[in-house]
Ligand binder design. Structure first.
Ligand code: ZN
Ligand code: ZN
Length: 356
């Protein structure tokens, strides 16, 4: 499997006239080598695959990446001359690197390497675009943990709890149900804070009449889930109920339209047009969705500017929202996997407004 993944990478690079790659981004290192520490560098060419890491990790690195990779022990910082020696030995001339993830300092060090460096983050990342059966199983499991944790959370939420307490409880429940870690920091936005799309949970206490936006996910075998539900504490005002209904209809219209090989831009438009027709266009300022996998945000992207196609095996979230400053917000998000003839919605938590 690892050799096949590396071959896919090399084939993608060869189309661009490039004959090797230096991989430094943690999720890409994991994808190509199974090794789970980003304190390492992969050098990949058509003939050879080398994993450089220091003494602390060499045993795990060998266990996880064999037989696809040779492991070479380096100094702790993995100096440029150590990478240079490997590149020289492998005969790489034109080498792809992940310009999207390097620090300026790392890049300055890499400029010393005896190869022509070619920035190719999107090409490298997109090797992970189409998920295989194993990956889809991991994504399903990550989402089922999230569904279970959420079902338990709503039996515990009550007015008077702070957003931070809700987030802490949810994070704990995710782990109880088998999560390795969060996919990203849990978002809990209550009342007017719901209008902040990425609200940091704070000391605000949940009050009667609040809508509460809860956006969260967890990892299983490194694979991320991502779901949002908006719940109510007591009966919210008529405008919030109306907004909830619009977002729910926009989300279900997009899910009804979702098909393999459709353009991601067209999917975004389905939800966006419905929200605009209801007069809330300016209140939906973010894109409809994103792919997810080893990274929580990865290709494809469903936005007004996207040129991506939703090919079978790729993933996409469907997450329209309406945010009204001073009043509150609503977002509903499912994470979906495209198949040959449709898609699987991984999220099994219902969408009728839950009033606590
Ligand atoms: Zn989310
Ligand atoms: Zn998302």
């Amino acid at each position: 499997m690892l050799i096949e993944r590396c071959s896919k990478l090399i084939a993608a690079l060869e189309k661009e006239g490039v004959d090797g790659a230096i991989i430094t981004h943690g999720t890409n290192i994991r994808y190509f080598s199974n090794f789970t520490s980003d304190e390492s560098v992969l050098v990949i060419s058509k003939e050879r695959r080398v994993l450089l890491t220091d003494f602390r990790y060499t045993i795990q690195a060998k266990e996880l990446s064999a037989p696809a990779f040779e492991v070479i022990e380096t100094s702790r910082a993995i100096a440029a001359d150590e990478i240079a020696a490997v590149l020289k030995e492998m005969g790489v001339k034109k080498c792809a690197f992940e310009d999207g993830y390097l620090t300026v300092r790392e890049f300055n060090n890499y400029k010393e390497l005896p190869v022509e460096l070619v920035p190719m983050t999107p090409v490298i990342d997109r090797v992970r675009l189409v998920k295989n059966e194993y990956e889809v199983e991991c994504l399903k499991k990550a989402q089922s943990i999230a569904d279970e944790a959420f079902a338990e959370l709503i039996t515990k939420i009550h007015a008077g709890m702070t957003e931070k307490e809700v987030a802490n409880e949810l994070d704990h429940l995710l782990r109880v149900h088998g999560a390795e870690e969060n996919s990203f920091d849990t978002i809990v936005g209550s009342g007017p804070n719901g209008a902040l799309c990425h609200a940091t949970p704070g000391q605000r206490k949940l009050q009667e009449g609040d809508l509460v936006v809860i956006d969260f996910g967890c990892k299983y075998m490194g694979y991320c889930s991502d779901m949002t539900r908006t719940i109510a504490i007591g009966r919210p005002c008529d405008e919030l109920i109306k907004i909830y209904d619009i977002v729910r209809r926009a989300q279900s219209a997009a899910l009804d339209a979702l098909r393999p090989n459709m353009s991601a831009k067209a999917l975004d438009a389905v939800a966006r047009d419905l929200i605009a027709a209801e007069g809330y266009g300016p209140c939906f300022g973010h894109s409809l969705g994103h792919g997810f996998g080893l990274d929580i945000h990865e290709a494809p992207y469903a936005s007004t500017r996207s040129e991506d196609t939703l090919v079978p095996g790729s993933t996409i979230t469907v997450e329209p929202g309406i945010y009204v400053e001073g009043l509150g917000g609503v977002r509903i998000e499912d994470d979906c996997v495209l198949t040959e003839d449709g898609y699987i919605d991984l999220a099994h938590t219902g969408k009728d407004l839950i009033i606590i």
